[in-house]
Design a protein. Structure first.
Length: 156
């Protein structure tokens, strides 16, 4: 009797990620952390906040702090475009928004398709990276949103 093996990914061994763009790079967040994706709305500035804290938005009666991910990664600031989005995500008990250049797609990655990034540099932004995912010929940087936000809290 011949046993056939499947190349299909065991879904218990994989996760879905929301892929978004900042500048020319693609990043991803675990979809289970994402609450929703919204078009930018009026952001109320918060006095004396760090430059990457853009302010707060009122989303259906809930006040949500919003951070600019371009500023967080020391990328040049650009004007919002029709593709700009705010990704609303959960960290611990907090709901936070992150401004991104655009949202691309949802992908599924198995553990085998993710490589951990070792701290081979003292670049602070590496601390926010969980790993990189290989999607065909593309490399998608997986963000550790907990570290990104907790580090922001400790700075602010």
């Amino acid at each position: 009797m011949e046993i056939k093996t499947s190349n299909k990914i065991d879904i218990t061994d994989s996760k879905q990620y929301v892929v978004f763009r900042l500048d020319t790079e693609e990043y991803a967040l675990d979809i289970q952390r994402v609450i929703e994706i919204v078009t930018p709305t009026t952001i109320t500035r918060v006095p004396k906040a760090p430059n990457y804290v853009k302010g707060v938005i009122n989303l259906r009666g809930e006040i949500i702090p919003v951070i600019g991910l371009r500023e967080r990664f020391n990328l040049p600031v650009i004007e919002n475009t029709e593709d700009t989005r705010i990704i609303i995500f959960k960290v611990d008990e907090a709901t936070i928004g992150g401004i991104v250049d655009s949202v691309a797609e949802v992908i599924q990655l198995s553990k085998q398709e993710i490589e951990k990034v070792s701290n081979f540099s003292n670049d602070l932004s590496l601390d926010f990276i969980y790993g990189v995912g290989k999607v065909n010929e593309r490399i998608v940087t997986l963000l550790n949103i907990d570290r990104l936000v907790h580090h922001a809290k400790s700075e602010g």
